[in-house]
Design a protein around this ligand. Sequence first.
Ligand code: NDP
Ligand code: X2W
Length: 351
Amino acid sequence: MIKAGIIGATGYAGAELVRILMGHPSVEIKWYGSRSYIDKKYADVYRNMFEIVEDTCLDDNIEELAKQVDVIFTATPQGFLGSVLNEKILSETKVIDLSADYRIKDVATYEKWYKIEHKSPQFIEEAVYGLCEINREKVKNARLVANPGCYTTCSILTAYPLVKEGLIDANTLIVDAKSGTSGAGRGAKVNNLFCEVNENMKAYGVATHRHTPEIEEQLGYAAGKEITISFTPHLVPMNRGILATEYASLVKKADGSYPTKEEIRAAYEKYYKNEKFVRVLEDGVCPETKWVEGSNYVDVNFVVDERTGRVIMMGALDNLVKGAAGQAVQNMNLLFGLKESEGLELVPMFP
Ligand SMILES: NC(=O)C1=CN([C@@H]2O[C@H](COP(=O)(O)OP(=O)(O)OC[C@H]3O[C@@H](n4cnc5c(N)ncnc54)[C@H](OP(=O)(O)O)[C@@H]3O)[C@@H](O)[C@H]2O)C=CC1
Ligand SMILES: CC(=O)N[C@@H](CCC(=O)OP(=O)(O)O)C(=O)O
């Protein structure tokens, strides 16, 4: 059995990790890390775990944890892992970080967008960006995996084939994304109170959201050049789910015509035909958050708008599963040579 520890097990992403790992046949959770609930029974923090998890919350002492487990998940706020990571930890255990501390390769970009000084940038270079469908081979040999977040996983996977194949001008990409409120975490914030969120929809972080450089970096690798995009997130009154609607200009072919629907579908099939967790929907079917809820799937599709010369791409995922804990477990499976979908055969729930 793989011994796992979770720092931040009492947050929403950590709790989803607990739920998924409880059903994983090859993993046992040895450490439920917390900051506010030390010595309290985990099932008293999350009562859905009553008579399922008997353990008590421990602290966030990552150095002690590293001696005891094969893999550590850090489901902690930005800056936590960066402030505690060291060579000894990485020599003793694998680390999968659900925060953004090791996602962005350029430390100045991280510090500018996150407004945090990075305390251990020496590990940024070796960290592998854990978007499994794209970086699978690199993940297998990593010590440190930077698990992509919810908006970014959805935004990147939705556009990736068309950027990679040069079918769209990546610099024209506009990502309009919506997130359920669990994306903001369990901590109390006025903006996330029931009366602020219910029966309401709002954009936030317009032109300034920290996920913008992450999407630009990853799609830039696919494009083979630096790109600049627009990204606007919105908060919607749902518990879970991300829906990304993405617009980009199609690149004309040598004969002056636009790529056809069939050519675009062929690009999606080329990259995702064998991907268990990316479902390219049938022609005319738009992704919906409900159809992926509770599962590790990302549903994607597109419509060619011949009138404007643009393609509209759409993607949906569950922010806590493929957008966080599910993808982290997918990465863990790769790190330990397990079947990539082990413990992740979660059927979407409905209604
Ligand atoms: N929510 C989501 O949909 C997604 C979240 N993520 C990322 O996962 C991470 C966790 O997010 P989320 O679960 O939503 O956040 P929450 O606010 O729900 O949980 C944060 C967790 O971190 C712990 N914590 C808080 N501050 C500290 C600290 N200074 N030192 C150590 N531990 C601390 C908390 O402990 P306690 O509660 O015991 O105080 C809690 O367990 C973030 O980096 C986030 O960006 C990534 C993708 C999606
Ligand atoms: C609704 C909401 O507030 N969402 C969070 C993003 C989700 C998240 O936790 O960020 P990562 O994906 O980078 O880990 C936000 O906008 O900051």
